[in-house]
Design a protein around this ligand. Sequence first.
Ligand SMILES: Cc1cc2nc3c(=O)[nH]c(=O)nc-3n(C[C@H](O)[C@H](O)[C@H](O)COP(=O)(O)O)c2cc1C
Length: 303
Amino acid sequence: MNLEVEIGGLKLRNPVMTASGTFGYGEEYSGFVDLNQLGAIVVKGISLKPMQGNPPPRISETPCGMLNAIGLQNVGLELFLKEKLPFLRKFDTRVIVNILGNSLKEYQKISEALDDAGVDAIELNVSCPNVQQGGIMFGTDRKMLGQLITGVKNIVKNTVLITKLSPTVSDIKEFAKTAEDSGSDAISLINTIPGMSIDINTRRPRLKNITGGLSGPAIRPVAVRMVYEAYNAVKIPVIGMGGIMNADDAIEFFIAGASAIAVGTANFVNPEATTGILSGLIKYMERENIERISSLTGSLDIG
Ligand SMILES: Cc1cc2nc3c(=O)[nH]c(=O)nc-3n(C[C@H](O)[C@H](O)[C@H](O)COP(=O)(O)O)c2cc1C
């Protein structure tokens, strides 16, 4: 049985990854999960300087999911390189660093340092406002997205570049194509969907930030549809995520077109969700006589 997959030239021992922001810097989960068993660990989004994030409450449970407005709290590039990366390097797994910035220069500075440090891949979180161009999100304007990807691609020498697409666009296929044409080695999707929840007794928003990002099973059908559309629009590999709670959910994403999958909100419900999903995948492959997991990718039968 072969579980190996390839993401833009990067070989993963299996296709189970963590979703950024839901697995800390790996260390937080290392008491629950043998990190060596994961295909890749994607860490919380890193910015040039440390960020405190939003004031609480910044998490609220919803039917079939959760809203979060963490506000991209993170330790910043310097501390990540000094403390978090050396810890992750002790494990035999791929390290993918999710990054964010408010200008192309910021993305480039972070990417250059991570490339020098030899991380396996960089995942661009493009759901950030571009302060130099009126605060429009990089990920919702195709021209800006293309410039960002090309600008980072020109800086990195060895590191695989993954672009994490925002679901808040009218046509995901166009954005997937822009990522491919601009030099991205792979795409990942989806990020959270903007949402809001109100306590009717206090009439106050449940999040201090008022709005937040919706994740969990509630968004899964949206994510599966977008993975399917993106897969059919580009040749580069697609990493699927959004509400994957168990192996069956993960398999849906492979059939829709994902080469690998990432587990997010499920980690909060069950810290061992990732390894449980891996065991479930192996059982499914045994049952269905599947030799290579990669043969599942895009195997949708539309009759
Ligand atoms: C608490 C929390 C923090 C997150 N932080 C980030 C982040 O820093 N960068 C990023 O690109 N996505 C972030 N995400 C989005 C997830 O990586 C993932 O795309 C999304 O939650 C959908 O997957 P899920 O439904 O399995 O959680 C975060 C999600 C949650 C719930």
